[in-house]
Design a protein. Structure first.
Ligand code: UT7
Length: 323
């Protein structure tokens, strides 16, 4: 059977780093509160010349370089984002153009913080169906542009950035020993759509709008939803938590990550944490964390890696990859 094997990983961050202390002069908040409640110490904030497309392009180029490939080798781009450069066309098409590609096809996916997990599962389906041979799967976000900078309950949580994977279709044996995407589980439930949303849009207000969140409500649901899809993925692949080499969760809040890992019986030393450095970068958080852990030598070929995310919608999902 066809497997989607990881060939390369890359990321890109805006130049400007904003530490928690910078908020202390703007809002009634503190470095202590932010660190204790979330684990976040800093985030990167895009300047005017840095956009979802430019960050996504830079992450894609880094992943291609890591794979030893060029844009000519790619025939599919799936971009996970909720902060596109324009309402349309898809920012994926702009990235395709920036990479100098006039072949293949590119489209955006919108599943908010779960976007990258959805995008990996979607690219995997396309590769296994024979619609493409090599895919760039990108998560790129500029959430700083949709934050209400006077709302301390949301603006301290998010940051900007991008990460990307190159996936290549390759023949596998059909067992859990294969390299590549081994199993996935995706879910959504619109009952919760008003707990984390943007209060604008082309068809309603005609404006871009700002992010609104009932943090405590999201927090309450997060660990349960995350563990459900991971257990489903374990079941589909016929493995247990002990078989995992690495757990690379969405980086929204260290307390949610710790609670999920504990509930699943995943040892602390297997958990990749980057929320302290990047904040919550929505669809970019998982590939940014992957890039950190691959480049520092933690994730290696043959490792069993579980990706997971949960976010607005609600949407949630998990993907198991043999690196
Ligand atoms: O990526 C998509 C998924 N999103 C998430 O996973 C986010 C999920 N939610 C969370 O991570 C947490 O709920 C937050 C970090 C957003 C908040 O932490 P919490 O422990 O749930 O705090 P809370 O909302 O219950 O607020 C506790 C107190 C409140 O004051 P009172 O009502 O107890 O007097 C807030 O007004 O903290 C206050 N507060 C702040 N204080 C200082 C809220 N934001 C801040 C702030 N600085 N920035």
């Amino acid at each position: 059977m066809i497997r989607s094997v990881v060939r390369g990983v890359g990321s890109a961050l805006p130049r400007r780093i904003m530490k928690n202390a910078e908020f202390e002069g703007m809002l009634d908040t503190s470095d202590d509160w932010i660190v204790q409640r979330t684990g976040i110490r800093q985030r990167h904030i895009a300047s005017e010349d840095e956009t979802t497309a430019s960050l996504g392009e830079a992450a894609a180029r880094a992943a291609l370089e890591n794979a030893g490939l060029t844009p000519a080798d790619i025939d599919l781009i799936v971009l996970a984002t909720s902060t596109p450069n324009n309402t349309f066309p898809a920012t994926a098409v702009e990235i395709q153009h920036r990479l100098g590609m006039r072949h293949g096809f590119a489209f955006d996916m919108q599943a908010v913080c779960s976007g990258f997990v959805y995008a990996v599962a979607t690219a995997d389906s396309h590769l296994r169906a024979g619609l493409a041979k090599r895919a760039l799967v990108i998560g790129s976000e500029t959430f700083s542009r949709i934050l209400d900078w006077s709302d301390r309950t949301t603006c301290v949580l998010f940051g900007d950035g991008a990460g990307a994977l190159v996936l290549e279709a390759e023949e596998g044996e059909g067992s859990v020993a294969d390299r590549g995407v081994l199993a996935a589980s995706l879910r959504s439930d619109g009952t919760h759509k008003d707990k984390l949303y943007v209060d604008g849009g082309p068809s309603t207000t005609g404006t871009v709008g700002h992010l609104r969140m009932e943090g405590r409500e999201v927090f309450k649901h997060a660990a349960g939803m995350i563990t459900d899809v991971i257990e489903d993925t374990f079941h589909r692949a016929g493995i247990t938590a002990e078989d995992l080499t690495w757990f690379v969760p969405h980086q929204a809040n260290k307390r949610i990550i710790d609670a999920s890992a504990k509930k699943l019986g995943i040892a602390d030393e297997k958990v990749v944490i980057t929320v302290d450095l990047h904040g919550n970068t929505s669809a970019a958080s998982v590939p940014l964390a992957l890039d950190v852990a691959v480049r520092d030598g933690r994730i290696r070929e043959g490792d069993l890696v579980m990706l997971e995310a949960m976010g607005g919608g609600f949407t949630w999902g998990a993907v198991l990859i043999r690196w």
